[in-house]
Design a protein around this ligand. Structure first.
Ligand code: ADP
Ligand code: MG
Length: 242
């Protein structure tokens, strides 16, 4: 019976999502169609091409974010080194962070433990969160990433930015599909994060202060132990033993 319930819940969610996607994709398609019609009548202004391109990017963005959710049965959960995953994602984000004058600092004073996870999904979560943090700091700033032991079997990964922040009344809307405050946002990033973290039996917690910054915390269960327990070895940012 529990399974059936889950299934009908899933179907309801699927219906909601399908309606949302259809709506979100139809808007840019309508706009593209209009401009192509203009082109046909020979009014091919440079800016029209730019609009068409950005509308196409928008559709591509929406479809791209959904691809992550499209293959839930192909999940491969394996033990992964969290420190390596985080470093890989920072590297992937580096062009965006450098272009936006955002410095990403990792507190490596503890070496993170092994995490049982779907590597690509977890990387997607980190990527989405880092992307949001960079976008929240249009004038640049610092993004601090901290990994700490929360309880004996829970790890906490924190992303702390100095961005625009989120007002209290908007925090509850985070993770709703298509909820965005950005002109070019999809409003899918956090929804995907919540979904993936839930799949990993973890929690995603948002704390924020307008004009001060935002802390996105991910709690995940971990097995084994921290490789370098408190103050045993400390690492500076270059990974060198201090
Ligand atoms: P998108 O980035 O496409 O808008 P997301 O689901 O990633 O969609 O984020 C939804 C909304 O949550 C954003 O539009 C923004 O208003 C808010 N948000 C997310 N992360 C942050 C952050 N670090 N600082 C400020 N606002 C944020
Ligand atoms: Mg986003």
């Amino acid at each position: 019976q529990e399974k059936l319930l889950q299934k009908s819940e899933k179907l309801a969610l699927l219906g909601q999502m399908a309606a949302g996607i259809a709506h979100e994709i139809r808007n840019p398609l309508t706009s593209i169609r209009g401009f192509v019609q203009l082109f046909k009548s020979n009014s091919q202004k440079e800016e029209y091409f730019d609009i068409v391109l950005s509308e196409l990017d928008r559709i591509n963005g929406i479809v791209g974010e959904f691809l992550v959710l499209a293959k839930p049965t192909a999940d491969i959960f394996e033990k992964q080194d969290l420190t390596i995953l985080i470093n890989e994602v920072i590297l992937l984000s580096s062009t965006q962070s450098i272009l936006n004058n955002v410095e990403i600092a990792v507190d490596n004073s503890l070496h993170a433990p092994m995490i049982h996870c779907e590597k690509n999904q977890l990387k997607q979560v980190f990527l989405n969160i880092i992307k949001n943090a960079i976008e929240a700091m249009p004038g640049g700033g610092q993004l601090n990433i901290k990994v700490l032991k929360k309880t004996d079997n829970t790890i906490s990964i924190q992303f702390i930015d100095q961005g625009v922040g989120i007002s209290e009344d908007r925090i509850s809307s985070l993770g709703e599909p298509f909820y965005t405050t950005k002109e070019k946002g999809t409003g899918l990033g956090l929804m995907i994060c919540y979904k993936i973290i839930e799949n990993h039996n973890g929690r995603l917690i948002v704390e924020s202060k307008v004009e001060e910054g935002t802390k996105i915390e991910i709690e995940l269960p971990f097995e084994g132990e921290f490789i370098n327990a408190e103050s045993d070895h400390r690492f500076d940012l270059s990974g060198q033993c201090m």
